[in-house]
Design a protein around this ligand. Structure first.
Ligand SMILES: *Cc1c(COP(=O)(O)O)cnc(C)c1O
Length: 380
């Protein structure tokens, strides 16, 4: 089955009790048993919920994996994956990373004795130099947030081969429409489904997909033991949102392309980041591993002019100034003070995340209106 059909049908059957074509919202905390232990596969709703189970099957299929495990947020999913580690274990992670993940690794898990190394992963040599006998996990995001570097998933997987190292890919920015890390050999895919998967900025949810039976068992065990499960209403909203994932992603990519080209060469712009430009340092990898280039575009201003950045961020009328991304509506954001404020300035600037950097999550509105809005905000 192709992804355009999977988003609508994979794992989704008419509801067995009524034939309802849309998965019902099973808003219940427990299930009645006929005799102790004699039940229909559902005992308590932290452990199993039919709405969640359907979403988990659907998300697994979208990522070409066997198992899907959903959580109350992307961070809850990340937290659960970090709990696969033990004191003394080491993790190699992208340095240009979602701010919340950086914070969780450095301030929550590091005190438990897990050591994190952050490095630019465009250079595979810098990753391989950090691998040692304690390395248990390589964590990457691609494209990265907000610098839109593209990392060679298969290349990273080749470094971990034949070693006891899990390769985890945060696929939030690409979505399963653009890339399926498991096909390149990744062990685990994680999503903040809050973003493109759900796609409507109306729910917070996380998802993990893997293929390995033992790993899946461990993750279901952690999901049930730690309890960061999503509610049934949010699972329903995700299932509904996912149905249009392919249509939305096509439009996000088309609009992203138009806006990147409009911004190219603009007199106020210093650096422009979009992996679709042949001049982007990782363009060849992007072409190889992604179906298109996505709807995220970042740029910095000439002279790293922070005041001008604040003026532009406040001047758009269609682009809303807000954190998050991946919804149908276009958003404009300031990573240094918003999504990446928890990363120290020196660390941020090493990756190019300067104070004048502006990030666009290009929505699915009419591109003419989006460009007109950017024109007036830039003062053209
Ligand atoms: C938003 C985001 C997260 C965190 O997800 P939440 O659903 O907000 O908890 C993790 N990774 C990336 C790349 C994100 O954009």
């Amino acid at each position: 089955m192709k992804i355009g059909t999977k988003v609508i049908h994979a794992g989704i059957e008419p509801d067995p009790s009524s034939g309802a074509i849309m998965t019902p919202i099973y808003q219940t905390s427990t299930y009645v048993q006929d005799a102790p232990g004699d039940h229909k596969g559902y005992e308590y709703a932290r452990t199993q919920n039919p709405t969640r189970n359907v979403l988990e099957k659907n998300v697994a299929a979208l990522e070409n994996g066997k198992y899907g495990i959903c959580f109350s947020s992307g961070m809850a999913a990340t937290d659960t994956l970090a709990k696969l580690l033990k004191p003394g274990d080491e993790v190699i992670s992208t340095n240009d990373l979602y701010g919340g993940t950086y914070r969780l690794f450095n301030t929550v898990f590091n005190p438990y004795g897990i050591n994190f190394h952050f490095t630019g992963m465009s250079d595979l040599g810098s990753v391989s130099a950090l691998i040692n006998d304690n390395t248990r996990m390589i964590w990457l995001e691609t494209p990265t947030n907000p610098m839109l570097n593209v990392i060679d998933i298969a290349g990273i997987v080749s470094l971990a081969k034949n070693r006891d190292i899990l390769v985890v890919v945060d696929n939030t920015f690409a979505s399963p429409y653009l890339q399926n890390p498991i096909d390149f050999g990744a062990d685990i895919v994680i999503h903040s489904a809050t973003k493109y998967l759900g796609g409507h900025s109306d729910s917070v949810l996380g998802a993990v997909v893997c293929n390995d039976d033992q790993l899946a068992e461990q993750l279901y065990y952690l999901q049930n033991s730690c309890g960061a499960i999503p509610g049934p209403m949010d699972c329903f909203l995700q299932l509904r949102g996912i149905k249009t994932l392919c249509l939305r992603m096509q439009r996000h990519c088309d609009n992203g392309r138009e806006i990147a080209h409009f911004l190219q060469g603009h007199p106020k712009i210093d650096r422009l980041y979009w992996p679709g430009f042949p001049t982007h340092p990782n363009h060849d990898i992007a072409k190889k591993q992604m179906a298109d280039f996505g709807g995220m575009v970042s740029f910095s201003l000439k002279g790293n002019d922070y005041d001008e950045a604040v003026r532009i961020l406040s001047a758009t009328k269609v682009f809303a100034l807000a954190e998050s991304l991946g919804g149908v509506e276009s958003l404009i954001g300031h990573p240094a003070s918003m999504t990446h404020a928890s990363i120290p300035k020196e660390e941020r600037e090493k990756t190019g995340l300067v104070d004048s950097l502006i990030r666009l999550s290009v929505g699915i509105e009419d591109p003419e209106d989006l460009i007109a809005d950017l024109k007036q905000a830039l003062g053209d």
